[in-house]
Design a binder for this molecule. Structure first.
Ligand SMILES: Nc1ncnc2c1ncn2[C@@H]1O[C@H](COP(=O)(O)OP(=O)(O)OP(=O)(O)O)[C@@H](O)[C@H]1O
Ligand SMILES: [Mg+2]
Length: 353
């Protein structure tokens, strides 16, 4: 197993486009790190640099104790699993898994042992090992792609959106399988996804990326509970956090002309953005109201209900309530949130106050 360290890593593509602007991450031995962010933020670029498939423009990448910037992919002791599986269509599943080891001159009985062990872990049957990839379901193909990585017994697994070709139900199942597998093997892993639910459920720590930068690095709960920026706050959590324009005055924040909200005592006077998660707003008696919402749309989801509405000044707010509410569209409802669940951001810099 191995630590992975990224120090001041930058990437400028030959056309002059700067895709990565200086990222520092220390990944512990056996840790499962998820790079998450919107399309184009540089996730694949960063992963491919760790893999050795892209050159590093500046900075240093280490795997174990070695700086690997100049090493070929084959010499880095990594195994990568891609979105499209990249299986050889004319080879059997067994041979797909054995291929990389044969290329390296691994003895035949050792190959056999490792392929059988991987098939066992992944619950691929003897019959399935003899088939061609096209004779398997999407989920089974995904397992073969995992198997091909496992047999290498690498120091590090790299995953680039490995589940995005699967339907929603299979994705949930496979994400549990990958996580379980990674725990039992204890292999340091870097996993790329743009799906924040996948990121939250799988990661030991997240690297939330935006525009080639790491906006925040932390455990899923740290990132959820204390988002460092407006971007992170809006990206992690579903439905997304509400952002309300307000003003800080003497340590209190006023939104929509309503009573002051408790804010950090050292908050400077001036405009602030107040972040409130839909699940943290509760319907209360009028007297305890922090905000008053005119409900415009009620969406029952079964266990939960989403209510979308507007404050008096027209700002949109979404709340998530458990069960089915007694009010409906057109009603006015009083809302409150606990002080601990209020987030304050500087509207200029987007940073948490
Ligand atoms: N070979 C290249 N030359 C120039 N620019 C590139 C090249 N490859 C990628 N880019 C650009 O670098 C940025 C980051 O791309 P990257 O593929 O890393 O994004 P991503 O976060 O993986 O996105 P997605 O979720 O869509 O896969 C994008 O703006 C992309 O257009
Ligand atoms: Mg990508």
């Amino acid at each position: 197993m191995a630590r992975v360290e990224l120090n001041g890593v930058r990437k400028t593509y030959p056309n002059g486009f700067q895709a990565i602007h200086g990222i520092d991450v220390n990944i512990a031995d056996g840790e499962f790190i998820v790079l998450v962010g919107p399309s184009g933020c540089g996730k694949s670029t960063l992963l491919r640099m760790v893999a050795g498939l892209e050159t590093v423009t500046d900075g240093e990448i280490s795997i174990g104790e070695r700086v690997v910037n100049q090493l070929e992919p084959a010499d880095r002791d990594i195994a990568m699993v891609f979105q499209n599986y990249a299986l050889y269509p004319h080879m059997t599943v067994y041979n797909n898994m054995a291929y990389g080891l044969r290329n390296r001159g691994t003895p035949k009985d050792e190959i056999e042992k490792r392929v059988r062990k991987a098939a066992d872990i992944l619950e691929l049957s003897e019959d399935q090992l003899a088939r061609k990839p096209r004779q398997l379901s999407g989920g089974q193909r995904q397992r073969v792609a995992m198997g091909r990585a496992i047999v290498r017994e690498p120091e590090v697994f790299l995953f680039d959106e490995p589940l995005s070709n699967l339907d929603a139900k299979l994705r949930v199942q496979m994400r549990l399988e990958i996580k379980r597998l990674q725990r039992s093997l204890g292999t340091t892993s870097i996993y790329v996804t743009h799906d924040q639910v996948e990121a939250m459920t799988m990661a030991d720590r997240l690297v939330v990326m935006n525009g080639g930068r790491a906006e925040q690095i932390g455990t899923p709960m740290e990132v959820y509970e204390r988002p460092a920026t407006v971007f992170v706050a809006g990206f992690i959590g579903s439905p997304a956090m509400n952002f309300l324009e307000g003003r800080a005055e003497g340590g209190k924040v006023v939104v929509n002309g309503a009573a002051g909200l408790a804010a950090p005592a050292d908050i400077p006077d001036g405009p602030v953005l107040v972040g409130l998660r839909p699940e943290h707003l509760a319907v209360v008696d009028g007297g305890a109201a922090m905000l008053e919402l005119a409900a415009e749309a009620v969406e029952p989801l079964g266990a939960d209900t989403l209510v979308h509405g507007r404050l008096g000044d027209g700002q949109l707010v979404t709340i998530r309530l458990s069960g089915t509410p007694t009010f409906g569209e057109g009603d006015r409802i009083a809302l409150a949130a606990e002080a601990a669940n209020l987030h304050f951001f500087d509207p200029e810099t987007g940073r948490r106050i």
